[in-house]
Design a protein around this ligand. Structure first.
Ligand code: MRU
Length: 367
């Protein structure tokens, strides 16, 4: 998407690859909205660390990062021994797959790269194919988001008030985003609407990232405390909810997304407000049969006990908010059951969550 900094507008992708340096280029998202900086990782281990430490975050973005990280690892191999190369690639794959457990996009992306690599007969051919496949994944991610925008824009009418949770914007993908894609497409069609961004504690991706994106695109918006949505829904001030997902089960229609999504879905159902989830094909898990089997990331308690911010002098600082002797529990994601979801906006159209399996061929299922 376009970013305007000090009066200059430039197009950026969240994730890209510098082939000359064999480096994955990432927007350092922990610094946003206070500083816009691109960093480059030196090797696949640094790329995995960037995912774990949330330099890059959001399901599609970490999917593309893992795909490039796998290519980066493959390209760093020296020699022509195919057996040793395969062992090395396995290590790279596992390191990147372990970086964050809940989102399925990294695994789907790397499986895609690995499958395409196998067509190569030599190490050099496989290295070449790995990078080509990672580039293809990133381009497809961007294309899918555009298509989600095209389908989802139909849901947005003039004067509507929307709610979104966490950041499922272009920073969470390679470009455009999923939950935000219908908003950007509706804006391009000249529609006027207002977006409430859930703050999304504990890491505040809504307040810092979604709000920054919407401000950059000049979309009318306000940040609300996570606890405010019920009140606004009760007063008729929210017409539509659109969120993203880190793993959607193709067999059951259950949706994993940032902690607090389930609460919003329950509230939306109570107030008969349409609740949509926007996903590319790479977010669908066709294997798991129950939401209870999804690995839910438990994060450091420090995220709940305090918060990061910027002082008046521009220094990034962590401040403790909670009682000094108390601990915290910090699950990063929750699972929303299919019956609370009005529809899933995909690149192939909008489906009822329980219809995903029936439409699996259109939705990228291969096997
Ligand atoms: O912990 P994060 O910031 O990676 O979580 C991101 C979200 O939960 C997004 O809503 C999700 O990835 C869906 S959009 C890619």
């Amino acid at each position: 998407m376009n970013v305007t900094l000090r009066g200059r507008t430039e197009h950026f992708r969240t994730v890209s690859f510098d082939a000359k340096k064999n480096s994955v280029r990432l927007i350092e998202q922990r610094l946003l909205p206070h500083e816009f900086k691109i960093i480059g990782t030196k090797n696949f281990r640094e790329t995995a660390r960037a995912i774990t430490d949330m330099v890059v975050r959001g399901a599609g973005a970490i999917g593309a990062t893992a795909a490039f990280g796998l290519a980066q690892g493959a390209l760093s191999f020296r020699g022509g021994d195919l057996k040793k190369f395969s062992t090395h690639v396995k290590t790279v794959y596992q390191t990147l797959a372990d970086a964050r457990p809940t989102a399925v996009d990294p695994v789907n992306a790397m499986n895609d790269v690995r499958r395409k690599m196998l067509a190569g007969k030599t190490v050099a051919e496989r290295q070449f194919l790995a990078l080509a496949a990672a580039e293809e994944f990133a381009n497809e991610d961007a294309r899918h988001c555009e298509e989600i925008g095209r389908h989802g824009a139909k849901l947005i009418c003039n004067g509507m008030k929307l709610l979104t949770h966490c950041n499922a914007g272009w920073l969470a993908f390679v470009d455009t985003g999923t939950a935000t894609a219908p908003m950007y497409a509706a804006q391009a069609q000249g529609k006027k609407f207002h977006v409430y961004c859930d703050e999304t504690r504990p890491r505040s991706q809504g307040a810092s990232l979604t709000a920054w994106e919407l401000a950059q695109q000049k979309i009318s918006h306000q940040i609300i405390a996570d606890n405010a949505a019920g009140h606004l829904m009760q007063r008729g001030e929210i017409d539509l909810v659109i969120v993203g997902s880190d793993r959607t089960l193709g067999r059951t229609g259950e949706v994993t997304n940032k902690i607090g999504t389930y609460t919003k879905a329950v509230l939306a159902a109570r107030h008969k407000i349409p609740f949509y989830v926007a996903i590319p094909h790479s977010t669908i898990d066709w294997n798991l049969k129950s939401g209870f089997d999804i690995p839910i990331e438990e994060r450091n308690e420090g995220e709940v006990l305090g918060a990061w911010g910027v002082t008046k002098t521009g220094r990034r600082e962590y401040v403790r908010i909670a009682n000094p002797t108390s601990g915290a529990r910090n699950p990063g994601f929750d699972v929303t059951p299919a019956e609370l979801i009005t529809g899933i906006i995909t690149p192939a159209g909008i489906f009822k969550p329980k219809e995903l399996w029936r439409h699996r061929c259109k939705l990228g299922f291969n096997d």
